[in-house]
Design a protein around this ligand. Structure first.
Ligand code: ADP
Length: 412
């Protein structure tokens, strides 16, 4: 075999290796059409793809960027059908105008072309069509090459389909599911540790900065009160993070064990949270309104339920507008109680909504990291779930948010 053909076959084999990791058959077709154009030195080309093995329907799988006309679907009497039926390439060196009906007239655009069936053993996937603007004489080498191009493309697709099937089978096995779960847990753990480390590092860096500056300058560059205030602020922030982390790291299962269920009076719990929150809401002139709460007792852990409602109320203030309001209401619906915390604050963008219950996720970066840890809503979710309930949110950017906690009233 001559050297040039050998090089071209090597390029085809390389493309085959490249496509082993490709997850999409059409991408493989794209790769091979482009390589086909290169090794045949053709001007443009496209590929037909057989829609199913049962019928004779085709669609355009790929077309090169500068294809000058829209290919018509293969017709039963046309070269495409013939190439596929006989599983041999068809070479046309001189497209004659009279050979085409008016509407399929491609002669102004191409003078020669080759149709190569993509076929290997019993499999037939479609055709590759490589076209020349000028008349092209096909050599014996071209003829050999066209068979290799069709075969290797088909082999690449067969191998991909095979590996995909094997992979799908593997995914169904218990071992795979178990390993996958372990990997996911490991990933969650690693991300959690990375995020926690990052959050803890910032306040420590600020404390260290203040101490360094004071020590180096003998309090000349920073006033003692300012340094101590800053340090005090960061220590409070650190303890907030640590206390939030200690709830979350106990893990959903363990958290359930930690929860001490007893009867909790809903009305006094909500009133207590509202009163407590007024110490932070007054600065922003936000009024906290408690609607009529049903006089019932629910089954839960008062400390955690209080933490959950405090987080929601605190958020409604943090992300509330000056002079705004927060409304806490509750209604019973069968065996469940629905507690709504509604505000008319800054709201949450649609794209952030699915993520706000994730640990450390902060949708509104402008509120920075002062009092916030990005952990509040994850705690809300965990507490709600540990009580056999759930939490939902509805929010409109710039209008406000409603967080709804749904809890079973009785023992779960
Ligand atoms: P953070 O400590 O940042 O408040 P959370 O987990 O409590 O952490 O909340 C996650 C993010 O969800 C917040 O950073 C904020 O962007 C958004 N968010 C929570 N509650 C509200 C609310 N009531 N109004 C607007 N945005 C909110």
């Amino acid at each position: 075999m001559d050297q040039i053909i050998l090089k071209k076959i090597t390029l085809l084999n390389q493309t085959m290796l490249d496509s082993l990791t490709e997850l999409d058959n059409l991408k493989i077709i794209e790769k091979f059409t482009e390589v086909g154009l290169k090794i045949f030195e053709a001007d443009f080309g496209f590929a037909w793809w057989k829609t199913s093995t049962e019928n004779e329907e085709y669609h355009l799988a790929y077309k090169s960027a500068d294809l000058p006309y829209i290919p018509q679907l293969p017709r039963e009497r046309g070269g495409n059908f013939e190439a596929m039926k006989n599983r041999t390439p068809i070479f046309v060196e001189n497209v004659k105008k009279e050979n085409y009906e008016k509407k399929y007239d491609v002669s102004p655009y191409m003078k020669s072309y080759v149709i190569i069936p993509i076929t290997y053993n019993k499999y037939l996937y479609g055709n590759l069509i490589l076209c020349y603007k000028q008349k092209h004489i096909f050599t014996e080498g071209d003829k050999e090459l066209s068979i290799s191009l069709g075969n290797i493309t088909a082999q690449a697709i067969t191998i991909r389909d095979f590996t995909q099937k094997e992979y799908d089978n593997l995914k169904r096995t218990e071992m795979f599911k178990y390993t996958w779960k372990l990997l996911q847990q490991e990933k969650i753990k690693t991300e959690f540790i990375a995020n926690a480390t990052h959050e803890l590092r910032t306040p420590i860096a600020i404390i260290k900065g203040n101490v360094d500056l004071a020590l180096k300058s003998g309090f000349k560059k920073i006033k003692p009160e300012r340094a101590l205030h800053s340090i005090d602020h960061e220590i409070k922030h650190l303890s907030q993070i640590i206390s939030d982390l200690s709830i979350l790291t106990s893990g959903a299962e363990n958290l359930k064990d930690q929860i001490i269920f007893k009867e909790v009076n809903l009305k006094s719990l909500i009133n207590h949270v509202a009163e407590k929150s007024k110490t932070i809401s007054y600065k922003k002139k936000i009024s906290i309104i408690v609607k009529k709460i049903p006089n019932i007792t629910i089954w839960g852990d008062e400390t955690y339920l209080e933490k959950m409602l405090t987080n929601l109320t605190k958020n409604s203030v943090t992300y509330g507008k000056i002079g705004g309001h927060t409304e806490i209401s509750a209604k019973q619906s069968g065996k469940f109680i629905i507690i709504n915390v509604t505000d008319n604050g800054i709201g949450i963008a649609k794209e952030d909504l699915p993520r706000i219950f994730e640990r450390f996720y902060m949708a509104d970066k402008s509120h920075g990291r002062h009092e916030n840890t990005g952990l509040g809503l994850s705690i809300v979710k965990w507490v709600a779930e540990a009580h056999g309930g759930k939490v939902n949110v509805k929010s409109i950017k710039n209008k406000g948010s409603v967080f709804s906690v749904i809890l079973p009233v009785n023992k779960v």
